[in-house]
Structure formats: C-alpha cells, structure tokens
Write a protein that binds this ligand. Sequence first.
Ligand code: PT1
Length: 271
Amino acid sequence: MSTLTISRQLQLMGVINTTPDSFSDGGKFDTLAKALTQAQQMIAAGADILDIGGESTRPGSQAVDEQEELARTIPLIAAIREISSIPISIDTNKPAVMCAAVDAGANIINSTWALRLGDSLQVAAELAVPVCFMHMQGTPETMQQEPSYRDVVAEVREFLQGRIDAALAAGIALHNIIIDPGFGFGKTLEHNLLLLKSLPEFRKLGVQLLVGMSRKGMIGAILHKPADQRLYGSLAAAVIAALQGADILRVHDVGETADALAIVRALGQVT
Ligand code: PT1
C-alpha cells in the first residue's frame, strides 16, 4: 500500500477548446462568452492551469490558419486575464500565436509538435516561459492510419530526450521543460497502454511530466463508448497516471478529476 501515494504537487490542467469542431463538446463552447464561463467553472472546480488551443489536433483534424487561430485564442486569454491570475497555457505550434498569447497573459507554451516547426524553438526560448514538448508520430490528419514502432516506449523516450537536449541548447531552463508522451498521437491502444504502464521511465528524464488521456479514443476503444460517455473511464485513467508519476493531468472534467485524486492523496496521508 505504501506505493499508492502522490507525494508531489500534482496539477490539473483544464482543457478549454475554442475550436468549432471540438471532438468532445461538439462546438458548444465556440463563442468567447461560453469559453469564458467554462474557464470560470474550471477555476471554481480547482483547475491549476487552463489550456487554450485554437487548432484541433485530434485524429483526422486539419490545420487552421494563423489569423483564425489568433482570433480564437487571444481575446479569450485576455478575457480570462481580466478575471483571474490562473496560469494559462497556449496550445499552439505557431510562433506568432505563442508571442501574441504570452503578450496577452499566457504563461506556458504547449506544443504538440514539440517546437519542431519553423523557428518555434528559438521563439519559445526567447519568451522564457515553461514549454511542453509532446511526442507525435505523423501528422494529426493521418497519424492514426497505421501507427508503428519497434519499441514504442524506447522511441518516445529517445524523442523526448532529444527535445530536452535541443531545448537546453536553445537556452530553455531545465525547470521550464515539460514532456508529454502524446497519448493518441500516432498510437494504437496497445501503444498507449504500454506508455501508461511506463510513465515511471519518462519521469527518469528529470523534468515535469504532462499526461492527456481525457475522453480520448483509447478510453473509447476499451469501453466501446463515444466521447461524451468516457468520464468514468477517463477518471480511472487519471488515477493511474497520478499513481504512475504524472505531474500535470490535462483533463476536460476538472471537478470530477479533483475528487478522484483527493481519494488517492488521502491514502498517502495515513501511515
Ligand atoms: C495532449 C494533448 C494536447 N491532446 C498535450 N496537448 C490534445 N500536451 C491537444 C483521440 O484519440 O495529450 N497533450 N493538446 C487533443 N488531441 C487528441 C488526440 C484528442 C487524440 C483526441 C484523441 O481521441
């Protein structure tokens, strides 16, 4: 039982999706007012970070142009900053969006391309904010067609180690580096489960570890349920990720996940 504890400070990152085709809420929050209300509810429910993205990266999704991405994210970041000092991460791969977001009050850059596009690594280094480097095989449009690895854990670990090295070389401080194995990004269910089992391997890289499994296809593939019926499965996955050493959990259901984690934490407080 002594291993069933969370001794570190685990943070909950609430997902605010501004994209009209959002896979899990069907575009319900496609207006600024609705997104702001969602942000307020997540803050009240105990979110530690809000993640704002203007371009969907779920399987099959297509790229969005810079103007559209800016229009979806920057006014929302500014509006949240009016009402709260909660840390905000900007989920983007475009240098211009990174700059505008940090200018509007964002505190973290979340890059699903792990800052491999254009001069995004240099731009992020100059902004001097924490950066999340995520692993993806392929591109969002085609990544789920036939994901293939000789050793998924070793390959993802080597990729993330390479991005840590590149980040340090670009001048990003070690304490500002976050890594993420990228659940559902060019991975079969078996790949995702192997990565989840191996999270302690990723912790060994010595930086913060972010995990996002909430409502994803890997939960649906086990339950045979659509995205709007994956809450309980997502909570189980969050508890496992917490016990396996994740530092930040990216979730849609902040209050529910906070309750699930409170139970794990309570167990760690008795001896
Ligand atoms: C993630 C993540 C992200 N996920 C980080 N950023 C998404 N750092 C967006 C599916 O299989 O895990 N980490 N930004 C959302 N992307 C997906 C991918 C959504 C796969 C759904 C699936 O259903």
